[in-house]
Structure formats: C-alpha cells, structure tokens
Design a protein around this ligand. Structure first.
Ligand code: AAL
Length: 427
C-alpha cells in the first residue's frame, strides 16, 4: 500500500481545520455592534452594559420606555402670588363636569415663616404651618380660579390638625370625595407628631366634613415612621383604597433612617387601614406620587435617597423596581390621572399635572407657588419631544443658589485643596 493515501488524508483534515478556524475568527471579527438596533439581544459576545440595555432597559433606550419622560414647566395664571400667600403640595387633578379641580396647602399668614423657635399662634414656623386646605378650578389647567374660602379648615383645639392641616391627597370613591391630609398639633416641624386625617364631601365643591379620628397613625416606637405620616397619596388598587405616604422617625442622626415611603390598605376610605407588612416599599423620594400603571402601580421618586429621580413600578403595589432615570422631576407632583381611582388593573398614566416650586425646601422660609408640568408618562399618548435625552442648562441655572458653590464652602475647599491635591504623577 502506498503511504501517499494517509498523508493526503491528514493534509485534507488540516486544511479543513484551518478553513473552520479562519471562518470562525472572521465571523468574530465581523461582529462589530451594528448601527441598526437589533430588536433581540445579540447572541455574540457583548459587554455588560449592552447586556443591561436588553435585560434591564430596552434597545430603544429612553425613547422606547413608556415610563421615561422629561418634564416641561409652565407658570399658572389666576393665583395672586404677590401677597406672600403660599400654595404647595397639590393633590392629583380631577375633572368633574368639564372642570379641573385641585386642592392644596394654602397659607395666607401676614408674616413669612420665621423658623420653629420664633413661631407663635400667628407667626408660622414653616411654609406649611398655620395652613388650611384650599381648592381651585380651571377650564384649561393653566388659568385657575381659587375659592374665596378654604375647602377644609383646621379643626378646633385640641384635635389633631388644629395647628395646621396640609399636603392633601384626593380620592373619589363611590361618587363621594375624600381629602386626606397631614394633621399637625400642637406644632409643625421635623419632630412634631403627624397623623393623617380625612374629610369627606358629596361634591368637589364641598361642604367638607372632618372624620372625627385620624385614619393613619405613625408607627410603633423605634419604627421607621414612628413620628410622621406625610404626603398621603390615595389610589385604588386591587379593589382597595391604597394610601401611599412618606414616613419618618423621631430619632435623628447618622444611624437613623431619614425618610422612606410606605403604603396602607383599606376596603373603605374611612378605614381601618392596614399597613403593608413589607413597609417601607420605596427606599427614596420625598413628596409621594403614585398612580395606577397597567395592572400595577408606578411612582415618581424625587429629591432624596439612593433611588431619587427615578420612575418605579410594581405589579403588586409593594415591590417596586426602577424603570427609568429622570431629570428635573416635578416637586410634589399631583398628576391629572383620570383612572387613578378606577381600580380596573389598566392604568394608562398621564400627560400633565401640577407641582410646587420653592427653592427653600425643608425648613421653607419662603412662600411656594404652584406650577404646571407636562410630560409623557402615558400609554395612550406618544411625544418624542418629551423623550429626548441630552437636556442642557444655561449659565444662570448652574450659578443659581443651591447649585453654585457658596462663599463659605468655596473658602473651605480652597483651603483643603492645598493638602488634598498632590502633584501629577509623571513616569
Ligand atoms: C412637603 C411634604 C410634607 C412635609 C412638608 C409639608 O412638601 O413632604 O408636607 O411635611 O413638605
């Protein structure tokens, strides 16, 4: 037998192997990530960031995300803002008989807030001190007509809320209207006791009747919300009234929680309300904004905590996940969300609402004003203009109070810089 046969066979195998390797490596080399977005996650190696684009987000980024939006602001007409009056923390906007309605904290004191130490029975300690719940209506959501008197007035001493009632949330349930609000007594402020009370009416124009007892009380000693239940935000979910709120403990300091958000459920607007055993259900945020979204509940989370400036969603209303990262979100948003109380498991979102503006925040020494925001957090409306990235701001924005480096911090930083900044390493 000639030896040429096996040699030829070996050469043939070698050739095949080389061809396979060449083909495989050129296939690898060809897999530059395509410009045209692959709808499905590619099956060639991709980075973790690109994996996340498919696993966490969606390949069309923010413009393909129904729970992403920019927010555009418009001043409101009809409110007299020159008197030092303060209007803040609007409820959701509702529409009844062709008119939009909103309720909010109204403070019409002669003097501006002086801080808690200087507060008297007529001098407010904070922006939401000595306040009542006011009501206004509008035909277009921009020009508003405020009632001449508050919708709900402070209850008499010594009831909860005799010092101030504020930060309302509206619920419509079986053709009746319920306003939930913070009830401060004997004082407002960081460590003041604050349960939630409710008033009810047969019409959005009132008259409103105080329910005698608070409906949501702060939690037990040592718990995350043992002193305050703030920003009650009712929706209807799974046939129940769900009231979301911000809670805070009386204890302060590095080792203590600052503020989280929780929820309590009831079969009836006047209670009894049962807190979720999973509370708190949101680890960030400040003023609450929850709304039905598809079969679950979504939230705008702003201002505080590691998950600030996000929109989150939860199928069961208790286990939330981040859905988008947002910029310049509205403060204390009260969206016009017509299905907030329908409870049919088909939340469609919203396109506008009211919020408040106050540069002072926490101890608020200045009056707040209401404003309108427009957005696209709606399943029925699509606005590419509101899904744009790359928002940029002018010089005045960067150099305004709270954003520009202030004088004292600048002095300190320049002093520390001498010790912190080492010489550039040159090899
Ligand atoms: C608001 C809310 C609560 C706080 C204060 C008034 O925006 O978070 O209501 O207590 O600030």
């Amino acid at each position: 037998m000639s030896i040429e046969g096996p040699i030829m066979k070996k050469r043939f195998h070698l050739l095949c192997l080389v061809m396979v390797i060449t083909k495989f490596s050129s296939a690898l080399a060809q897999q530059a990530f395509p410009a045209k977005i692959p709808e499905d996650k590619p099956n060639f190696p991709i980075s973790r960031a690109m994996e996340r684009l498919y696993d966490v987000w969606n390949p069309h980024e923010d413009r393909g995300n129904e729970l992403f939006s920019n927010f555009k602001y418009t001043p409101l007409k009809g409110f007299n803002n020159n008197t030092g009056a303060s209007r803040r923390d609007p409820t959701k906007v509702i529409k009844v008989d062709g008119r939009y309605h909103v309720w909010y904290t109204g403070r019409f004191t002669k003097e501006q807030p002086q801080g808690l130490k200087k507060a008297t029975s007529t001098k407010p300690g904070t922006d939401w001190d000595l306040a009542d719940i006011w009501h206004a209506t509008s035909l277009d959501g921009i020009t508003w007509v405020e009632d001449l008197e508050p919708a709900v007035v402070r209850p008499p001493k010594p009831e909860a809320g005799y010092r101030s009632i504020c930060t309302p949330g509206i619920l419509v349930w079986e053709k009746k209207y319920y306003l939930y609000f913070q009830a401060y007594a004997p004082m407002v402020g960081g460590q003041a006791y604050c349960p939630v009370r409710v008033a009810h009416a047969d019409s959005p124009h009132g008259p409103w009747t105080h329910h005698p007892k608070p409906v949501i009380l702060p939690g037990p000693d040592g718990s995350w919300n043992n002193i305050k239940i703030n920003d009650p935000c009712p929706i209807v979910h799974n046939g129940k009234v769900a009231i979301y709120y911000k809670g805070a403990p009386i204890e302060r300091g590095h080792d203590y929680m600052i503020r989280f958000q929780g929820v309590s459920f009831s079969k009836h607007p006047l209670g009894p309300f049962e807190p979720s055993p999973l509370n708190p259900v949101i680890n960030s945020g400040h003023e609450t904004c929850f709304f039905p979204w598809k079969q679950g509940v979504a939230a705008i989370v702003a201002l505080d905590g590691p998950e600030k400036n996000t929109v989150q969603w939860s199928e069961d209303g208790e286990n939330f996940e981040i859905q988008s990262l947002i910029q310049v979100p509205p403060i204390a948003p009260g969206p016009y969300c017509p299905d907030a109380f329908r409870g049919d498991g088909d939340g469609r979102g919203f396109t506008w609402g009211l919020c408040h503006i106050n540069i002072d925040g926490g101890g608020a020494a200045k009056p707040s004003v209401l404003a309108r925001f427009d957005c696209d957090l709606s399943l029925d409306h699509h606005s590419l203009a509101l899904k744009r990235n790359n928002l940029r701001f002018d010089r005045a924005t960067y150099l305004q109070k709270n954003i520009a480096l202030n004088h004292n911090l600048k002095k300190l930083i320049l002093k520390q810089q001498k010790h912190i900044d080492r010489q550039t390493i040159i090899k």
